[in-house]
Structures are given as C-alpha cells and as structure tokens.
Design a protein around this ligand. Structure first.
Ligand code: NAP
Length: 524
C-alpha cells in the first residue's frame, strides 16, 4: 500500500489512523499516496497557531519576517528539481510545473524583497499621515496597523498545489499571522513535500505553519474574530463556506477565489495579419493548453469582431493541431493530463452543456486527441483533447455561465465595443480579461467598461507583447481575485494583501506620543 500523507500539527508530523483514500497518478492511474478521510483535532491546531506560532512571529518585526521569506525562497529554490519530479504525477508537464513551483517560490522572493524595501524595522505599520484634530495642536490622530492574534486558515484548490499555498502564506507570514494550510486532496502529496522541506529547513518559527491532510469537518466551527479564512475553489464551495454561521456571527475575515469565466477581447481595429491578431491567437492557445487549461485565470470566452471569426478560428485551430498531448514526463509533450479522472468527467459534462449553445471546431473531449503520445494510456490517464468551441449566438446564457475547468475555450462574435463589454459583464465578475489592441481609445473604453467586473486587466499590443507577463500569470504585484462570481476576494497585489492579516486602528492622542509610536523602537 502507498504511504498515507501525514499532517504537520502541533509541532510534529502526525500520521492518520484510518486507511484513507488513494490518490492516483493523473497520467498513469498508478497509486501515488493516500489521504485521510477523517478530520484532525482542530482545537489543538488552532491553539498551536494562536499560542505558539503567532507570538513567535510577532516577536519579529516586519523586516525580520521579510528576511524569513527570502531565506525560505532561497532554500526551496534548491529543491525545485525534486518538486518538479513529483509534480509530473499531477498531470503537469515540466513547463507547467514552473508556473506552479517556480512561480510560487518567485512569489516568496517578491514578498521578501518588497517587505525588506517597503516595510519598517518595527512592529507597527503607520497608515497614512498624522492628522491634527484639536485647534490648539495638542490632540490628533494616527492610523496604525498591527498583526491580528488569530490563525490564517488557508483552503486551497487542486490545480496549484505549490503556488496556491505560497501565495497565501507569503503575505500572512509577512504580517505575522500563523498559517494553517489545507491543500485540496487530489494533489496534496506535492504540497506535503514542500511543507516538509519548509519544516526541515527550520527557517520559520514553530507554529508559523501547520499542514492538514484530511477532512476539514469542524475546522470552521472554531474560528474567531481574530482568525481569517481564505479559500480557493469552486463557486459552490466558496458560497458554502461564506454562509457558514460561525463565519458570519464571529465576523471571521473571509476571502474567496472562486471560478471565473475570463475573457480575451480582440479589438475592432485589428486585421488578420496584424501583430495583435497573432498575439490574440497565441495567447488563447497558451491559456487553453498550459496546465491543460486548469488555471483559474484561463481564457474561457474569446471575443472576436464578427467579421474576423473565421480567420481567428482557422488560426487557432492550426495551432491547436500542433499540440502534442501525452505523458507529462515526455519532453515532446506540450499538454499533459487533467489532475484526475473526476476532473475529466467534470470537463466532459461542462463541454456537453456548452455544446447546446456552441459547436466544436477543434477537438472531441471523449476521444483520443490528435497528436497523442505513443507512451500514454488514454483510458488510464486523465487525458483530454483541447476543445475549441464556436458560438455564433453569443446571447446564449450557457457560454457566459459554464466553466469547463480544462483546455476548453469558446469563440464568440461581437459587433461594436459596447456589445463586447456587455458580453464580458455577463460573466458576472471575473479574475482577468485581456484587451488586445493597437488603438488606445478602444483600450481606454474597454478598461473603463470592464474594470468594475475584474480584479485585473491586461492591455496588450505589438509594442509590449514581448515583455507582457501573460494573461494567465497571477503576478505577486497585481491583484488576484475578482468581484461577483470570481469570489469577491482579493489576494496578492503586493503589500496590499499583508493588510488582510493586520488590524487597522485609529489611535487618538497627543502629537508627541503618536510620533513616538510611529518612530520609536516599536514603530516605523
Ligand atoms: P473545490 O472542490 O471547491 O475544493 C477547493 C478546496 O475546498 C479543497 O481544498 C477542498 O477540499 C475544500 N473543500 C471542499 N468542501 C469543503 C468544505 N465543506 N469545508 C472546507 N473545505 C472544503 O475546488 P477544486 O476542485 O479543488 O478546484 C477547482 C475549482 O477551483 C475550479 O472551479 C476553479 O475555477 C477554482 N479555482 C479558482 C482559483 C482562483 O484563484 N479564483 C484558482 C484555482 C482554482 P478537498 O479537496 O479535500 O475536497
């Protein structure tokens, strides 16, 4: 029998007592590990975070905590080859693994660097300027931010077992909040490997990080107003957790990143053969195939001027036809497998729903993909073809509502920018939209019209294409999250996310005292 994943709780690795459920290699179907189907003692976990991890982190100042992040990033960088090998078992190619693993470690580096450069060597963060309140100048106000006293509980999705953990962990550590990480079961073995490396390094103080490989039942019941809960996952999960009575009644800080019908808009000024045309096509193919389309930011809806639909379709199909699907370990494979058979079933079902409103112009989710690797087993692995759909009636509700969490996108025609913006908004709130145009007036109107619906917009043209960070890349500097359907949460955005773990307090008093608070040993 394969090994069962342990949880790191209360300062020790604890092996569960049940047999658990077996997690399978996404590409071969071979067992990789088992994971417990039982909850752990959450009172002990949260107590350890609040009483051991929190105080230890708060002993350090912002600069010192930034130093921990940089040290951790350096340490993990040396282990990338080991993490990558295990990552292949999630169905990800080596190139996909860089997005998850190198991307996660890069996020730690950015937070370490920003913390060192922009945060004080003190324990209080000043927020804004001193404001005089009394006419005589003896009384005023200074807003400050200090670490909260609870645990930062982080529930992650299966598709980014490393980045998903590290992008939540970095701002929490910088703020001084101890983290309790619950990875998604399907790929928890990779998260566990990285957590083992972090714990073994002894870089973090004890209690700053705990890992739960097991069911979350009972976890939320014990959260208080000093704790926070951040969840990445499906819309249903996010909604269920948001509705939990303890979250509401204890005002637990809550943030969710849920599913999202992200878009890309090809502007009306673009003609076939223009650089922007190629940029749009290339961006779409990348987003469809990287991580087999299992990215929360992937383009699901591609809006094209009606007159260009055929040209875009031909160009995208030509590129998809070159995508080799197969064993993620094979260097010639461009697209690996979905994370599990369950995901394949879900993607097939979503495509079937989408096909009531759109027709496939490339790929069949049920059959062996074109260019399928000789050493891959289509039935044993969770392989699927990229699927390009075309909806000639973009008013159909399904195309704006159904997220197929795999290598699936739909081409949609529009006439006039107002119509394009109306369709984009029908996603009810998304993580990201790309606007591909050489026309700054189009771009300005598109930004103004679509920004209320998004956490991030990417405006790409021939001049910036070579350096652009990519539609799907959640850069640590930029907001990751989105309104409405996307969960209503906000992560990353540089040091802004550190504030999620701090309490902002207005301190009123005499100017001398407030100046000392900010500038003294404890302050900025
Ligand atoms: P999921 O089934 O919603 O699970 C997400 C996480 O929530 C997992 O860790 C899961 O644990 C946990 N969970 C489920 N029910 C729970 C409960 N009642 N209490 C506490 N935790 C619970 O989603 P998934 O299949 O892992 O991920 C796919 C979805 O995530 C897609 O829809 C995708 O759009 C979305 N996603 C969004 C983002 C983003 O940043 N916006 C990023 C990645 C993915 P188990 O795995 O143990 O069940």
């Amino acid at each position: 029998m394969t090994q069962i994943l342990s949880s790191y709780i209360g300062g020790v690795w604890q092996a569960p007592r049940d047999e658990g459920t077996t997690l399978l290699d996404a590409a071969t179907g071979a067992p990789v590990a088992r994971i417990s189907t039982k909850p752990v003692d959450y009172a002990a976990v949260l107590g350890h975070a609040r009483n051991i991890g929190g105080p230890a982190l708060r002993e350090l100042n912002f600069q010192e905590r930034a130093g921990l992040l940089t040290a951790l990033a350096k340490h993990l960088s040396g282990l990338i080859p080991d993490f990558t090998e295990l990552s292949l078992r999630t169905g990800a190619t080596r190139r996909d693994a860089t997005v998850d693993i190198d991307g996660g470690i890069g996020t730690l580096f950015v937070y370490g660097g920003k913390g060192a450069k922009e945060l004080p060597a003190g324990k209080i963060l000043l927020d804004g300027e001193y404001e005089q309140l009394g006419k005589g100048g003896t009384f005023g106000l200074q807003h400050i931010s200090v670490p909260r006293l609870g645990a930062a509980v982080q529930i992650n999705a299966f598709n980014f077992p490393v980045w998903g953990m590290l992008e939540k962990l970095a701002p929490a550590l910088l703020a001084g909040a101890p983290s309790v990480v619950k990875p998604a079961s399907q790929t928890a073995y990779l998260t566990e490997m990285v957590v083992r490396a972090i714990i073994d390094s002894q870089i973090l103080p004890e209690g700053a990080l705990q890992l739960v490989c097991g069911r979350p039942d009972g976890l939320l019941d014990q959260l208080t107003g000093q704790d926070s809960l951040s969840v990445t996952g499906s819309r249903d999960t996010a909604a269920a957790l948001r509705r939990h009575p303890v979250i509401a009644s204890n005002s637990v800080r809550f943030t969710a990143e849920a599913d999202s019908l992200n878009s890309s808009i090809l502007a009306e000024d673009v003609k076939a053969g223009d650089p922007e045309f190629d940029i749009f096509v290339k961006g779409l193919v990348t987003e469809m195939t990287q991580k087999a389309g299992q990215k929360c930011t992937a383009i699901r809806r591609a809006f094209v001027p009606a007159g260009l639909m055929d040209a875009v379709q031909d160009a995208v199909v030509a590129q998809l036809a070159k995508i080799t699907v197969g064993n993620p370990a094979d260097e010639s494979t461009r697209m690996g497998a979905l994370a599990s058979q369950r995901q394949r079933t879900d993607v097939r079902a979503a495509v079937a729903t989408l096909m009531s409103a759109a027709r496939p112009v490339f790929g069949d989710p049920q059959t062996v993909p074109e260019n399928f690797g000789v050493d891959a087993d289509f039935e044993a692995g969770a392989f699927i073809s990229p699927v390009l759909l075309r909806a000639d009636d973009p008013d159909r509700e399904e195309v704006h509502a159904v997220e197929a969490f795999g290598p699936v996108s739909t081409l949609l025609p529009y006439e006039g920018i107002e119509q394009a913006l109306d369709y984009v908004a029908r996603g009810q709130g998304s993580l990201v939209t790309s606007i591909v145009t050489g026309d700054d007036d189009f771009a300005t109107r598109a930004v103004l019209g679509s920004a209320p619906w998004h956490g991030r917009l990417l405006v790409v043209n021939a001049d910036n294409a070579a350096e652009n960070s990519g539609h799907g890349s959640a850069m640590p500097h930029a907001v990751h999250g989105g309104p409405g359907r996307a969960g209503g949460g906000e992560e990353l955005a540089g040091l802004r996310s550190v504030q999620h773990h701090l309490q902002r307090t207005a301190v009123q008093g005499s100017p001398d005292f407030l100046a000392r608070l900010g500038g003294g040993e404890e302050g900025a």
